[in-house]
Ligand binder design. Sequence first.
Ligand code: HEM
Ligand code: MG
Length: 336
Amino acid sequence: TIPDPPAPLAAGHDGLKLSVDPAHPFILPGPDDIRGPCPALNTLANHGYLPRTGVARPDEIVTAVMEGLNLGNDFAKFLVYQAFLMNGNPLTNLMSIGTKTSLTGQDPPTPALVGGLSQHGTFEGDTSMSRVDAFFGDPAAFNQTRFNNFLAFSTQYGFNGTYDINATAEYRHHLLQDSIQTNPELDFTSPRILSAYSEAVFPLVYFVDGRLNNRQLTQAAATSFFANQRFPADFYRQPAPVTFDIIEPMVGTIFNRYPFTPGKNYGVNNYVLMPDTPALGDFCGIYTDIALRVIPAQYPSPSSDLRKALNTNLGFLFDAVKVHHACTQVFPYERD
Ligand code: HEM
Ligand code: MG
């Protein structure tokens, strides 16, 4: 049976807290430990908030991001169950935070991928801030050249050289323009558009020390998380759980600075708009797209236990969505 998602942190235990406490020392990953495209999850694994192997159950990941970074419970569940449905193994309830591995057990029948978070074209996608587009190389590996651009935009546009909302808006816009001009296979459609814009905002919220909490990420702290995959010494998490209602307005701000329409490149510099696919601001459209198109592409007609597991996880996803969004629940499979 599948464990229920964890409850929110209890009142009185959901505030400022030293993330690098004695129970969570930094230890470099061993040769068989898996790390992937998400600097936050890599850091949490390197400090033992996640299994250091890099293979975890979804409920463990929800707990880790709540404890280590103070993600709000519903927001954590939205990210985790979305990723798990695309990249995890619903039969064993395990997911790799990086590359595909036999440690997640026997795969369900094709076309299921169970590719881990590094699987391109699922949660992982183009125009990342510190990873190259899959067309150019390993999209999960930290790329120093790319990260240098992140720092350069902070220097040029951010207050006191920090990664702030201005630097975020400029860098996010630059990344899309850059991929339009160089990546013949650029795909910038739902659901990637939502993760791309959310992840752009995450660092200036969750990677800033909660005692300061000024939405200005120093280059030293950015380097600690992105390059070293390590909490800065003496790092405190956010002072209260941070969820949709804080992240979404920030996403709106950077979008409004440089609006875009979803689309795909058919050859370099040939960005074909796809206005009939969900736009960034259409949250319920993106939820529906995930549930009715993205997941069934990997699980077109699941039988028995597999269908039950998918339905359970789709239910967890909707439970997370419904707290802040009045979406209508959709059901790709026969209901239990
Ligand atoms: C990137 C998964 C939580 C920060 C990614 C990517 C995945 C992922 C698959 C790769 C997307 C791409 O860039 O192509 C997850 C999951 C989470 C989670 C399943 C579960 C809660 C967080 C949190 C933060 C975070 C709490 C807080 C700072 C980032 C950032 C990137 C990223 C900044 C972009 C890296 C880049 O563009 O180079 N995440 N993530 N993630 N994640 Fe996470
Ligand atoms: Mg990427």
